[in-house]
Design a protein around this ligand. Structure first.
Ligand code: URA
Ligand code: SF4
Length: 239
């Protein structure tokens, strides 16, 4: 996009003209901001057009946020690329960073058990991904700018998979997918929408490992998800 159009889109064009007249060096700063917005937009558009192999290559070489500096490898996601179920976590932990697969540590074992309880298995009609693809150092939560930088990858994964149901595991995933900052307690037990797909929120398995009293609630959420999926599958089944 030409600089003038980018500045217009950002509502900066009148400001730029004013500043260019008064102080050329200030206008340069605006040029830089517009250029970087331009790069970000082009990057997002390009990612949203990628096929699976382009997307995987792009994630593994990505340097779009500071998390690339400390990762061992990016963790793309795993499972059935035509799954009805998509489970979305927060970001890789130490074990995931080492192995390159999501949810393979302690929280992952609990997630596998939760999946088994509803007769699912990673790789069989289920796909597992994270809001950010690189491990935040010392297992801190990803920052908002990191989640934003990683947004196009998960958006593209959702568009390619076209699952029937998305399960957001925990606060970071729910906030990223729903664009809200409401508490998990108020998001659970309801049907939401993300990219035109039905979405249910539940607790993160790592949180459940620490907070046993919420395991019963997580079980309710899974039963709600199974009932919802049955409805969605019968709605799309051939008569
Ligand atoms: N926690 C997450 O949110 N994702 C993983 O992949 C592992 C732990
Ligand atoms: Fe890129 Fe996402 Fe990794 Fe950041 S977390 S470097 S945006 S892949």
């Amino acid at each position: 996009m030409p600089r003038q159009d980018v500045l217009k889109e950002l509502n900066l064009w009148p400001v730029w003209r004013q500043r260019a007249a008064a102080a050329p060096e200030l206008a340069e700063g605006l040029d830089t901001a517009a250029a970087s917005a331009n790069v970000t937009e082009n990057r997002r558009d390009a990612i949203l057009r990628m096929d699976w192999s382009e997307l995987k290559a792009s994630v593994s070489g990505c340097t779009a946020c500071r998390l690339h500096e400390t990762r061992t490898q990016a963790v793309f996601g795993v499972g059935d690329e035509q799954a009805d179920w998509l489970l979305v976590g927060e970001g890789p932990g130490a074990e995931e960073d080492k192995q390159g697969e999501p949810f393979v540590g302690q929280a992952g074992r609990l997630l596998d058990n939760m999946l088994a309880a509803i007769r699912l298995k990673r790789g069989r009609n289920a796909y597992i991904a994270n809001a950010v693809k690189c491990r935040p150092p010392a297992n801190r939560n990803p920052e908002a700018d990191e989640v934003a930088a990683c947004e196009p990858y998960l958006t593209r994964q959702i568009a390619l998979i076209q699952p029937k149901l998305i399960i957001a595991l925990g606060k970071v995933a729910a906030h990223r997918l729903l664009g809200t900052d409401s508490a998990i307690a108020s998001l659970r037990g309801k049907l939401h929408q993300c990219q035109g797909i039905t979405l249910i929120v539940t607790y993160h398995p790592a949180y459940l490992l620490r907070s046993l009293q919420d395991k019963a609630r997580a079980w309710e959420d899974l039963c709600f998800a199974v009932r919802t999926m049955e409805g969605l599958q019968s709605a799309t089944r051939e008569p």
